[in-house]
Write a protein that binds this ligand. Structure first.
Ligand code: FAD
Length: 415
């Protein structure tokens, strides 16, 4: 693959962009791979990338039932932060955030990482105490966050109504190096790099069964025929329960729709990401000028990729209260994704009861930010056959042993 450069962009501008190569190949499935990854979302593609880059395992296929990045990876509101409370979470999310800083250069693909700063508003005394505690935990974990007062909140985001009709803003947890990135580009960048290493990314190839012999995996059946493998990584977010059932085990996961919406584009008015957990909504402004708005998760399990209407109403009401200037904005698009929720709101990166099958799921409403760190840790686990330091605490055993990694506050509305 030729490297992109300023020169290449200028050259293609003069020849109507006819000289670009395909970003990734479109191969037919082979009969056998060392590793099959199910799911070409960000986590699956990042896992494949680090298998090749960090462990030299390149006989890898990534199987995707739709198009790559068409799941939650292409549906999220792109917030990247690492201000979690518990040590194992801070470690993996901070690893991911730091990898994001240089990912464009590493992949030679502009993922538009924008470390514009993320603030989580404290609108009750309880939240003030909680975020002060998180800031202190983050200091011990080496994650750079601070608790800022309401005056600083107004300076950082002048369009906030800090007096709020119901809940005045009392301060915020601020992470200056947090931000956003272009979600599709993250999937496309990893896909291109994987394809460049000789891996096969096979779209429109749904896994329909997991074949086992004597308690270990030997391959999968797909809509494009059977494929053998030595190891299998299941990385399918909201569809994890279905894949686990095919492999013969159960997961402590619920799949629910989570939704988001964007407004018509307007002039730049906000250069940070703001989350208001008490009133339940969050907002940022995209490079195109649209206000990107995130809402809540449905209270019941479903696979609709839409979400219910009352959440839109509640979210918009919360945000108009927080940012009165948006009260007359028109909303352009509204969509949902199926997120995979665990009881402690922390992910699962684990071996499974089937030898050779590994699972990465449970990122719920907040896994976009984790993609590079999660891929790094999952690749290490698949390559070594055992979880490494980043993944060790996130095993399936924790639900049996009661070792929960409770991130319900950090995960709340905050994505
Ligand atoms: C509305 C919304 C807003 C969000 N906002 C944020 C945010 O701001 N910040 C953040 O960090 N996170 C956010 N998230 C969460 C984040 O999007 C997800 O945690 C993350 O994208 C999960 O990535 P993934 O690669 O695990 O899953 P996905 O991107 O969903 O990829 C899984 C893939 O598996 C494929 N698949 C499923 N079954 C099969 C099968 N049988 N065979 C083959 N392929 C299969 C699917 O088609 C899919 O492409 C949000 C999510 C939503 C829905």
């Amino acid at each position: 693959m030729k490297r992109d450069s300023a020169f290449a962009v200028a050259r293609e501008a003069f020849r109507n962009h006819t000289g670009w190569e395909r970003a990734w190949a479109n191969p037919a499935p082979k009969k056998r791979y060392d590793v099959i990854i199910v799911g070409a979302g960000g986590h699956g593609l990042a896992t494949a990338y680090y298998l090749g880059k960090n462990h030299g395992i390149r006989n890898v296929a990534v199987l995707e039932k739709g198009w790559l990045g068409g799941g939650n990876t292409g549906r999220n509101t792109t917030i990247i932060r690492s201000n979690y409370l518990q040590d194992p979470s801070a470690a993996i999310y901070e690893k991911a955030r730091s990898l994001y800083e240089t990912l464009s250069q590493e992949l030679n693909y502009n993922i538009m990482f924008s470390p514009r700063g993320v603030m989580m508003l404290a609108q009750t005394e309880h939240e003030v105490r909680g975020y002060r505690r998180t800031a202190q935990a983050n200091a011990l974990q080496g994650v750079d966050t601070e608790f800022v007062d309401r005056k600083r909140v107004k300076e950082l985001c002048p369009i906030i109504n800090i007096d709020g009709p119901r809940y005045p803003v009392l301060g915020a947890l601020w992470q200056a190096r947090a931000g956003t990135a272009r979600h599709d580009a993250v999937a496309w960048g990893y896909a291109r790099a994987c394809s460049d290493m000789g891996m096969d990314i096979i779209q429109k190839c749904e896994v329909t069964a997991v074949r086992r012999e004597g308690g270990r995996v030997v391959g999968v059946d797909t809509t494009r025929g059977p494929i053998d493998c030595e190891k299998l990584g299941i990385v399918v977010a909201g569809h994890s329960g279905q894949l686990a059932e095919m492999a013969g085990f159960r997961l402590p996961i619920e799949s629910v729709a989570l939704q988001a919406l964007v407004s018509e584009p307007i002039k730049p008015c906000m250069d940070v990401v703001v989350m208001a957990n008490t009133v339940h909504g969050y907002m940022s402004q995209s490079d195109k000028g649209e206000m990107v708005i995130g809402g809540g998760a449905d209270g019941y399990n479903n696979y609709t990729q839409r979400g219910s209407f009352h959440h839109v109403e509640e979210t918009v009401r919360a945000l108009v209260e927080t940012f009165p200037v948006i009260s007359r904005l028109k909303m352009l698009r509204w969509w949902g994704g199926i997120v995979d929720m665990t009881g402690d709101r922390s992910p699962i990166l684990s071996k499974t009861p089937v030898e050779g099958v590994f699972i990465n799921c449970g990122w719920g409403t907040g896994g976009f930010k984790a993609i590079p760190g999660s891929g790094w840790a999952t690749a290490e686990m698949i390559a070594r056959g055992e979880p490494g330091p980043l993944a060790a605490e996130f095993s399936l055993d924790r639900f049996r042993e009661g070792r929960f990694i409770d991130e319900s506050v950090a995960a709340g509305v905050a994505h």
